[in-house]
Write a protein that binds this ligand. Structure first.
Ligand SMILES: [Mn+2]
Length: 334
């Protein structure tokens, strides 16, 4: 955990020790760290006799539905769920720093007495939680949860139903243990999770080796679209709505393709530009001392320093592509 934040983890641990009814949520379009963290905490709390429910802003992707507890994930329903939140004594918001990214789930629906806990590794969290644990160098929210669960009960080992979702969250958020925030501490946590019953081969197989032929063909097309700019330092991948349609793919299917932009020698930053119905989705990645978060912010988006995104409405694909290439120039000024 980040220095000076121990008391926050202690406070969160104490609140979760007292919890009787908990609601857990995470960001829209949840990834492996989001689903891993909500399932792990849900399973952990259920094992301790807490009535824990997960309410998601949008559904979990298919390739994560194998995770223990995913069968009970619920997508927020404005009719039934405000009551569930209002009757909870504890609400935990995982892997998200911005209120609008977990709407329509809303901390304002919670009772005055409820304790709102935020646990996240994104920068600059909005002030929605009473207890906010932030660790911007943590490789995953799941790795923060390993610390937190160890504080709640230092004696009892984690069950496989808790260890495996945590393993999966760290595996996915570190790009299979290769992103810069992967440290010896990460690997020590991973070792402990394997000892507690997480199966690495199973977690990889069920999460990643689940493509359709259409998705693989789409990947081929996306790779062929790649071009470099700014002396080979910026790589652009473009996916049109026509491409998606032709291969029977949705925007979920191209999730993660962007990391291939960084696979070209000399490239320091890349973008995947996806044309969807009425919106253009931008996913930025960078490495070394090149950071793309500010570039994403110029399009109203955000995220991590080296992994950020944005959505652009009401502009044509060509227009956005030209604009992004021009704006990316500033990444290489210095
Ligand atoms: Mn995460």
């Amino acid at each position: 955990m980040q220095q000076g934040t121990e008391h926050l983890y202690q406070a969160a641990a104490e609140a979760l020790r007292q919890a009787k009814r908990a609601v857990i949520t995470t960001h829209m379009n949840p990834d492996g760290d989001a689903i891993g963290s909500v399932c792990a905490l849900r399973n952990y709390l259920l094992e301790r006799g807490v009535a824990a429910r997960v309410l998601l802003p949008t559904p979990a992707p298919e390739n994560l539905l194998w995770i223990a507890g995913a069968e009970d994930l619920e997508v927020f329903d404005a009719e039934r769920h405000p009551e569930v939140i209002a009757s909870a004594d504890t609400m935990v918001v995982l892997d998200v720093n911005v209120v609008k990214r977990f709407a329509p789930v809303d901390v304002k629906l919670a009772s005055q007495e409820a304790t709102i806990i935020g646990i996240d590794h994104h920068v600059q969290p909005e002030a929605f939680a009473r207890i906010q644990c932030t660790d911007t160098v943590a490789p995953a929210t799941c790795s923060m949860l390993v610390d937190l669960l160890g504080l709640i009960d230092p004696i009892q080992p984690l069950s496989p139903a808790v260890a495996e979702p945590l393993y999966t969250g760290i595996m996915t958020d570190t790009g299979n243990f290769r992103f810069p925030r992967t440290t010896s501490d990460t690997h020590r946590k991973i070792a402990a999770l394997i000892d507690a019953g997480a199966d690495p081969a199973k977690c990889y197989e069920l999460t990643f080796n689940q493509s359709s032929v259409g998705r693989m063909n789409m990947l081929g097309e996306a790779l062929c679209s790649m071009r470099t700019f700014h002396d080979g330092r910026f790589c652009v991948m473009v996916i049109t709505s026509h491409d998606l349609q032709r291969h029977g793919c949705t925007s979920d299917d191209v999730e993660g393709f962007v990391h291939h932009t960084l696979g070209i020698a000399g490239v320091r930053a890349g973008v995947m530009i996806v044309e969807l119905d009425g919106v253009i989705k931008l996913s930025f990645r960078s490495k070394g001392d090149t950071y793309v978060r500010d570039l994403a912010a110029t399009y109203g988006g955000g995220g991590h320093l080296a992994a950020a995104g944005a959505r652009v409405y009401g502009r044509s694909l060509d227009d956005v592509v030209i604009d992004v290439i021009a704006n990316a120039q500033k990444l290489f000024r210095s």
